[in-house]
Write a protein that binds this ligand. Structure first.
Ligand code: C2E
Ligand code: MG
Ligand code: MG
Ligand code: MG
Length: 278
């Protein structure tokens, strides 16, 4: 296969491009089936208060275990789900399941904690998003304060509409956090006017924060912004004691990462909740 490339002459299609689109078509079809048969499940990654070691919440992370293809990571299928629009029903299923689960934990007598759910840009711009969220809370009986939605900065680049939508979600009593903070936007200053509760410092700044001056400066700057704006702050991707030591010394309030726990199934969260009671 050759393709005309103007004055540079001809370029051969790289075979991997074809393979990739085949894989894509395959995954797209499989995603549809998985949605119909509810072949997804949710793992939960705990969030901890650094000062006390207290479990303060958990993030719902979707998992897809395909009968033949095995585990397919979210970074592989979420982008396809976003492009095809399948993220809307899948995302709604995740949100509903996470709310049901959190309500069930409360009904079983565990101390209430907040479960956060990732919301893709595509879901965010559904015209009836706020109504859907309200309805799911009502159906599941979960009080809004125990739900948090994680959004990325990219929504602010898409439209000016993001702020009023966020405001309406927050008016329900649902918490909002900005995921992957520091990676998606050229300036931090936009957070000043945002109706959000928490910023999540992106894992890329945490990865080398124990040994890199630039990452240290960025993390300190984010912590200062959070403090000044009275926002809660959590560090993502904490893997090492040295990183924890730095975050702790700089006054970061919460953390999430393999150092504390990987994302784990519902039953293992229950073990942690039981241990927290003892
Ligand atoms: P995210 O929301 O920023 O989630 C954090 C990702 O980092 C998760 O990967 C988590 O397993 C991983 N992680 C947590 N701690 C550590 C650590 O200490 N070290 C390392 N190396 N990784 C860590 P996961 O579950 O593969 O999800 C990847 C991304 O896919 C998420 O990034 C999120 O953007 C998206 N995603 C996952 N579940 C959902 C979902 O239910 N809905 C939507 N819309 N997106 C989702
Ligand atoms: Mg997240
Ligand atoms: Mg993140
Ligand atoms: Mg991410």
């Amino acid at each position: 296969f050759v393709k005309e490339r103007g004055r540079n002459g001809f370029e051969f299609f790289h075979p991997s491009i074809e393979e990739k689109s085949l894989e894509r078509i395959l995954l797209e079809n499989e995603l549809r089936k998985a949605m119909e048969h509810e072949h997804f499940h949710i793992d939960y990654q705990p969030k901890y208060e650094l000062l006390t070691g207290k479990l303060v919440g958990a993030e719902a992370l979707v998992r897809w275990n395909h009968p033949e293809l095995g585990r397919i990571p979210p970074n592989k299928f979420i982008p396809i789900a976003e492009e095809t629009g399948l993220i809307v029903p899948i995302g709604e299923w995740i949100l509903r399941r996470a709310c049901e689960q959190n309500r069930a934990w409360q009904a079983e007598g565990y101390a209430p904690f907040r479960v956060s759910v990732n919301l893709s840009v595509r879901q965010f711009f559904q015209p009836d998003l706020v109504e859907r969220v309200r309805e799911i809370l009502e159906d599941t009986g979960l009080e809004p304060q125990w739900l948090e939605l994680e959004i990325t900065e990219s929504i602010f680049a898409e439209t000016d509409n993001a702020v009023p939508i966020l405001q309406s979600i927050r008016d329900l009593g649902v918490h909002i956090s900005i995921d992957d903070f520091g990676t998606g936007y050229s300036s931090f200053s936009y957070v000043k006017h945002l109706p959000v509760d928490t910023i999540k410092i992106d894992a890329s700044f945490i990865r080398d924060v124990h040994m890199n001056k630039e990452s240290q400066a960025i993390v300190r700057a984010i912590l200062t912004i959070a403090q000044t704006l009275h926002l809660n702050v959590i560090a993502e991707g904490v893997e090492r004691e040295e990183q924890l030591a730095f975050l702790h010394a700089e006054g970061c309030r919460e953390g999430q990462g393999y150092l504390f726990s990987k994302p784990i199934p519902r039953q293992e969260i229950e073990t942690l909740l039981k241990a927290a009671e003892a």
